[in-house]
Write a protein that binds this ligand. Structure first.
Ligand code: AMP
Length: 399
């Protein structure tokens, strides 16, 4: 059984074709600049040269068509016909309060994803375009929607509500939703496997630290809190996003600094975070180099602030769960930056979390990085949202 996983953005489309017999990625690729001059597709197959096609693609249907053509191409493809695709799994950013699990897509589901577009105006419309493009080209292939928000729907009301007038929740659905749910779910399940424990017995804190960052508290397999909120802006500091600030800063910037609403939105999303603090870059590799090799004080501050805020969440989630058995690091920075993991774990010994610096420095894959006998296990686990989407798609379409 082969499953095509699609992650559709406004002008890009990422895909993977996964064979579910052995969960092997047969091919993966990226289409960029859809509807813009210079559109192209790059497909990678293990052991082969990259397959690159540069040709105009006016819309997502043309992009999906090119993906399918590339997958069945007789020289560069990996399957001989579209009939070898059993189902399609779509990443959908926002499922609002409607979805706490992945779901088989039908017209009603499409309608409710559309209704959630007001909550994710940059993402859901692109996801819908991707779904419709696949529907046009593969009308008889079942499709599943896997939501970034779904895993966090188990949060209790006192965790997801903001202390704002209640009517804002009833009228505008303003509450915490959380994001990166597919990643938090995947790594928490993998952590339970590594610990040889049933997830229902564990208290896990997962730190998804990449360009976007979020931390989640997962008690007995269910998310009870997470750092991102109504939008992905809330929580820890990120590459270019501010994370938590005093909300009064927003009105101050509008009234005193005379910024427009759009300028404030842009500042908080694109000019803040470690980029805004350091003035160097949003890429952690550049910031680390500036901080540790070039003695750049603002880069050092960005690193310290970044680590401190993640540490604060770990402490607060240990309190929220009444303890913690395991802390997981994942995503670009969490998987690759030993110095970041060390900075975050420093001082967490009081919780029973003792990092093994040698193991931490050497970690390259899913591994323990806590010392033998550490009460709280610390793990690095590479995330794999596509595989999680494919697993859900298989389970739902075979049910
Ligand atoms: P993601 O959003 O998960 O793809 O993660 C992207 C982030 O991971 C970027 O900020 C990269 O700089 C960061 N990253 C990737 N490799 C490393 C590394 N070796 N050290 C530090 N950060 C890294």
């Amino acid at each position: 059984m082969n499953i095509l996983v699609i992650n559709c953005g406004s002008s890009s489309l990422k895909y993977q074709l996964i064979s579910m017999e052995n969960e092997k990625v047969l091919a993966k690729g990226l289409v960029e600049r859809i509807g813009i001059e210079g559109s192209n597709l790059v497909q990678k197959v293990e052991g082969r040269d990259k397959y690159i096609i540069t040709k105009p693609m006016n819309n997502h249907t043309e992009a999906v068509k090119l993906v399918l053509d590339s997958l069945i191409d007789k020289d560069h493809g990996v399957i001989s016909s579209m009939d070898e695709i059993s189902a399609v799994g779509h990443r959908v950013v926002h499922g609002g309060e409607n979805y706490s699990k992945s779901v088989l897509i039908n017209d009603d589901v499409l309608k409710s994803i559309e209704e959630c577009s007001k909550l994710a105006p940059l993402h859901n419309p692109a996801n819908i375009i991707g779904i419709n493009a696949c529907k046009d080209l593969m009308p008889n292939v079942p499709m599943v929607a896997v939501f970034d928000t779904a895993f966090h729907q188990t949060m209790p009301d006192y965790a997801y509500m903001y202390a704002l007038p209640y009517e804002l929740y009833s009228k505008y659905s303003i509450r915490k939703y959380g994001f990166h749910g597919t990643s938090h779910r995947y790594v928490s399940k993998e952590a339970a496997k590594m610990l040889s424990k049933d997830i229902s017995e564990l208290k896990i804190i997962t730190c998804h630290i990449g360009n976007g960052c979020s931390v989640a508290a997962i008690k007995n397999g269910k998310c009870i809190d997470t750092s991102m909120g109504f939008t992905p802006l809330e929580g820890v500091a990120m590459g270019t996003r501010s994370g938590n600030i005093d909300p009064a800063v927003v009105t101050f910037l509008i009234k005193e600094a005379k910024l427009s609403v759009d300028e404030v939105e842009n500042l908080l999303n694109k000019k803040s975070g470690v980029y805004g603090i350091s003035g160097v870059s949003s890429d952690f590799r550049d910031i680390k180099k500036a901080a540790f090799q070039e003695g750049n004080k603002r880069a050092e501050l960005a690193v310290n602030l970044f680590n401190y805020r993640i540490k604060q969440y770990i402490g607060s989630y240990a309190a929220a769960m009444g303890g913690v058995d395991c802390i997981v690091f994942t995503a670009g920075i969490g998987e690759n930056s030993a110095v970041t993991r060390e900075g975050i774990c420093e001082g967490l010994e009081f919780l029973g979390a003792e990092l093994d610096k040698v193991k931490n420095d050497a970690a390259t894959d899913a591994e323990y990085i806590s010392v033998e006998g550490s009460k709280v296990k610390i793990l690095v686990i590479p995330t794999d949202e596509e595989l999680m989407i494919a697993r859900d798609t298989k389970e739902i379409t075979l049910a």
